[in-house]
Design a protein around this ligand. Sequence first.
Ligand code: IZC
Ligand code: ZN
Length: 426
Amino acid sequence: MSKQYDILIKNIGQLLTMDDHNGPVKGKAMSTLTVYENMAIAIKDGVIAWIGSNEEASSLSAINTMDAKGKLVSPGLVEPHTHLVFGGSREHEMALKQQGVPYLEILKRGGGILSTVGATKQASEDELKEKAMFHLNRLMSYGITTVEAKSGYGLDAETELKQLRVAKSVNQIHPIEVVSTFLGAHAIPAEYKGKSDEFLEEMLSLLDTIQEEELAEFVDIFCETGVFSVEQSRQFLQKAKAKGFDVKIHADEIDPLGGTELAAELGAVSGDHLVGASDDGIRKLAESNTIAVLLPGTSFYLNKGKFARAREMIEKGVAVAISTDFNPGSSPTENLQFIMSLAALQLKMTPEEIWYAVTTNAAHAINRGHSAGKIVEGLKADVVIWDAPNYAYIPYHYGVNHVNTVIKAGRIVYEGRPTYDKTSIH
Ligand code: IZC
Ligand code: ZN
């Protein structure tokens, strides 16, 4: 008897497998992409079991045969930078933004991140979990099947651990894989004003518990004017590395302090933002294995008119990923497809570069390069069927959701279509 697959997706117009490279895709290598046409894929027991031509697929049988109708099929997208778990929201700060009050000034006045810290302290673990699940569902609806999630809205032992436990528990119950990062060094709480070194020591003292309870893989810091200096960031991340954590850094987001150079120097798994990265910083990144995670949604939302220099980065040989930076302050959106449009329009990235930036390179930015962001026989089946005729169409047709179907580890987890009964509508 011939093999019975669980799912067979036939009639794929364009298939992106994103498996041409073993490691991160750096610089000019990002400009070429293999596109397979008239393809089919079969899934069995949660993994990709077969990839072949649409003609060959006619001899295969499956419990569920799906017709991609000549459209685009890609790996599930990888979202490498979010602040997923938080209480409250910050729409009340919109008027301040409109009056031109800068992001860092709002923070200085006790708002911004510190406003979300207050709401996160107030929220119970169950409330945070429910809210995180809501946002995960929405991230998934946009085609994302793997997500990084940072803490950083506790800034005290109890609340930071509460956030990390929420991230761990939603990873266990939600289809999306959640990869956790400890960002206790996200802001200086009021009670530590003028004593930021002491605060960093307090956050470092949590690393043993985080390790014992397997609450995070990465340690991150917000290296920024009025928050933590380059030297504080260096020492903090070196200590985290000595404990066995891989590190990330919010670098040169608003002011160009030299965090990009630090990310390369420390061998960080990623340097994130990099809006103010210097030429030297870009050169050092190109020579390193650090992924540049660019967050053009934040530049858009902070409205400063300045975007990361993606073109220079790619020309110099940097591996670039992009992300929503989903958070309640500087980038309240789960729509990674909109970020792909911003990457095209503002970062001047090509469609090919953009696809590496949301799959292969994003996966490497969270140490999932060998398990996520590609379609390969034997690998877990994270697959998106798009309502789009080709891969360039996604960044082009902006602001909407192009997802038709999302499959996570072989299970259909999202179907984006109207539910009205056609026969009853006139
Ligand atoms: O809540 O504003 N930049 N951290 C650093 C953020 C933005 C998140 C926030
Ligand atoms: Zn961030």
